[in-house]
Design a protein around this ligand. Structure first.
Ligand SMILES: Cc1cc2nc3c(=O)[nH]c(=O)nc-3n(C[C@H](O)[C@H](O)[C@H](O)COP(=O)(O)OP(=O)(O)OC[C@H]3O[C@@H](n4cnc5c(N)ncnc54)[C@H](O)[C@@H]3O)c2cc1C
Length: 369
């Protein structure tokens, strides 16, 4: 029997592991943290994921996730537009969803090593050796599901990691009177902030900004007051919400550089293969979809229907055909965010050229799968 090692237990790693284990394959997953835990994410999941999750018994019905059907967009100086979202999304915290998937993966027979960081991977004579600080493991296939930025990217000397990235992500959970059916995207200088509801009447507030914004003011709170409060919608939320974390979740160095879905024979899923701009609200859908595609290819490999060469070639082709256009569109549309002029332009498009705005949104999403 072949052994598959999954490095990273976010959405792409957990879902790949579940699909493979359900097909009777021996799967070992390494995750450097321990569930449940919070991560920086807007926690709005595109509805294109629902058929797959329901068909595989991994839709988290018990959390009764809010269904989101409209977008509220504001410019840096608070000009407002509203758009219906044709496809829309649903909201759930990663704290709840990843833990839910972890329990599903355990039920499916996945072997977990939690609190365990993989330090290196090598591929010699058709076999992988995966090394942690205390042990080495061998595998026939390795899935790289280690997210946007990991020690593994350094160890593998991936090209995107050589460049510094200025983007910082910050997230809170709050209690605030935000409507369940709406996701708001509020612009501020050098950034944008998403607000949408998750389970248990909580609201996610998550924003992306530039490192220089934080540096200029020395700390996050002062930056929020000096920069985010320029947008009257954000000022109102920050001044009236109850903040539920002691301190925000923060990540640095978020890179939107091109990556490759296969590197040194390691098959990448989710953000390890390519990261879409957060404003698209499609990163989690891409993580789930890429896990589906990758596990289907690996199952064929395990049944000897594909050679390793074809596994890598076919998966690369499928990944590019499914996601490359979306990544490009996200990166391009992100330029409309974060300045007075461009954010007013984005709001004007949403107000006065609704069909065109819908076309732009569609470019950043996939079809139900
Ligand atoms: C500010 C911001 C807002 C966002 N908002 C949204 C949104 O609203 N909707 C949406 O769809 N997407 C959003 N995204 C994107 C979304 O969060 C990601 O696309 C998604 O989490 C990718 O899942 P993943 O499984 O690839 O990686 P992750 O969920 O990041 O999981 C990777 C896992 O690998 C583990 N790991 C890393 N290195 C190692 C190692 N060496 N050994 C063991 N474990 C390791 C990590 O601990 C982590 O648990 C946002 C992203 C940002 C930055």
């Amino acid at each position: 029997m072949k052994t598959i090692i999954v490095i990273g237990g976010g959405l792409s790693g957990l879902i790949s592991a579940i699909q493979l284990a359900k097909a009777g394959i021996h799967v070992i997953l390494f995750e450097r943290k321990k569930y449940p835990f919070h991560r920086v994410c807007g926690e709005y999941i595109s509805r294109e994921t629902i058929p797959f999750l329901k068909a595989n018994g991994i839709f988290p019905h018990e959390f009764n996730p809010p269904q989101i059907h409209r977008l509220q967009l504001t410019s840096v100086n608070g000009k407002l537009a509203e758009l219906p979202l044709k496809q829309g999304g649903w909201g759930i915290s990663r704290y709840a969803f990843d833990h839910f998937l972890y329990t599903k993966a355990q039920e499916a027979g996945v072997v977990f090593h939690l609190n365990t960081e993989v330090e290196s991977v090598s591929f010699i004579e058709n076999q992988f050796t995966v090394t942690t600080s205390s042990q080495s493991f061998t595998a026939d296939v390795v899935i790289g599901a280690f997210g946007k930025r990991s020690k593994m990217d350094m160890q593998m000397k991936r090209s995107f990691i050589q460049k510094r990235s200025p983007y910082v992500g910050i997230k809170y959970h709050i209690h605030y009177d935000h409507p369940d059916d709406c996701i708001a995207l509020h612009n501020f200088r050098n950034g944008y902030c998403g607000i949408s509801n998750i389970e248990n009447q909580k609201t996610n507030l998550c924003y992306l900004t530039h490192r220089d914004n934080v540096k200029r003011f020395g700390n996050i709170r002062d930056m929020e007051e000096q920069v985010l409060f320029e947008n009257p919608f954000l000022k109102k939320i920050f001044q009236n919400a109850e903040f539920l974390f002691d301190k925000p979740e923060v990540i640095n160095e978020i890179s939107f550089e091109k990556k490759s879905p296969v590197e040194d024979h390691v098959l990448m899923a989710g953000d390890s293969a390519g990261m879409i701009a957060p404003l698209c609200g499609n990163g989690m859908a891409m993580a789930i979809h890429s896990a589906k595609l990758l596990s289907e290819h690996i199952i064929s490999f395990c049944k000897d229907e594909l050679t390793r060469e074809l596994l890598e070639k076919n998966y690369t082709q499928k990944w590019n055909a499914t996601f490359a256009q979306r990544l490009w569109a996200g990166k391009t549309i992100q330029h409309l965010f974060g300045s007075v002029w461009t954010s007013n332009l984005a709001v004007n498009i949403a107000r006065h050229a609704k069909p065109f705005a819908q076309v732009l949104i569609n470019q950043t999403h996939g079809r139900p799968f």
